[in-house]
Design a protein around this ligand. Sequence first.
Ligand code: FAD
Length: 386
Amino acid sequence: MQNREVIVIGGGMVGALTALLLARQGELVHLVEKTPCTMPSVDEAFDLRVSAFSAQSKNLLELAGVWDLIPANRLCAYRGLQTWERGSSKLKFDSADIGIDALGYIAENRWIQAVLWQALKELNNVTFYENREVKGINNSDSGVSVDLDNAGQISADLLIACDGANSAVRQLLNIGITAWDYRQQCMLINIKTNSTQQDITWQEFRETGPCAFLPLADNNASLVWYHNPRKINQLKSLSNAQLKDAVKAEFAPLDFDFEVQDKASFPLTRRHAHSYYKGACVLLGDAAHTINPLAGQGVNLGFKDVECLVDLLHNSRDLPLQSILKRYENRRKPANLLMQTAMDVFYKGSKCELSSVRLLRKGILGLAQNSGALKNRVMKYAMGLQ
Ligand SMILES: Cc1cc2nc3c(=O)[nH]c(=O)nc-3n(C[C@H](O)[C@H](O)[C@H](O)COP(=O)(O)OP(=O)(O)OC[C@H]3O[C@@H](n4cnc5c(N)ncnc54)[C@H](O)[C@@H]3O)c2cc1C
């Protein structure tokens, strides 16, 4: 069988993984990225953008041959996950309950992207177009060509758009989205702690929004604080020492000393593309869907998109491209929609002021804690193991 020629637009975590897996299968890959990826130093302070990677995402990064390239002092395994509504009992998940070492791993996005690029640079069937953006697309069912700024034109059998939430490719293709703003922001705060607890991640739901703790390697941690934009703006104006006091007043379980290292805020928007493909172009990751980050599912869903498309392209070579892309959409769109909706039910339920709804939520969390086998199934699903 002849190898395909594939253009990947966007070399973030999703695009870089897609490019690497396809190149390892022998496809000829053109990778277009507007911001070049550089290798961070192991001694640098932790970046604010971190993600919780599920067991399934770890397996995929292992398959791509990059998991072991992530430095041990930038990776934190978490064995416990706890969630509760303020004033009610905790729902606790423990990796030992399902006989595995860790529920997931927390790492900086930039390290995952960097090790993927490191592996890509070693392959001679990948051509890089760094500092380049897409200016125009000529798309048909039988192939695609792309105009790049100052770099001429590339043609290929397939274009894979991994250019993030504001995807230029999606807009050039006129693929619409359903979107809404949660009218909340989330503030990320990196802290250095003197705590010995570094393997439980937790999230407390309050009427103003959740607050969460994500352990990072080497006694670092990432705090996530959801609130309305006015409150977040006020928090951003505080010095690190003042912010520490504000955090201590709000994050009740932080019963150890810490120092604030860095902070930034992000708007929360849900988006879902009306279609995942058009002609010979297909959307993956945040270009296709963004989700409330409260359960740390965004990039994990993106990696599931990658796994699904790469598998279909490899194992269904006898099918026309349109049938492959249709199968990809049929498999991934309902699954992503389900996860987006589940997150919204949790999120909106926790912010609802009706006492009956809050009581129901508390009841559900209490029942879930005592549900044994059901709880373990939920845990496996969230890890991508079911
Ligand atoms: C606050 C916050 C916390 C989160 N926490 C988690 C978590 O714990 N777990 C989790 O799974 N997910 C989490 N997410 C979601 C996760 O960060 C995203 O799902 C993930 O980064 C998406 O990856 P991507 O590669 O699809 O897009 P991006 O990371 O946005 O990458 C897109 C790439 O395309 C490039 N690009 C853009 N436009 C062009 C163009 N026109 N031409 C060429 N290149 C272009 C960009 O430079 C970039 O490199 C969180 C998100 C937020 C906002």
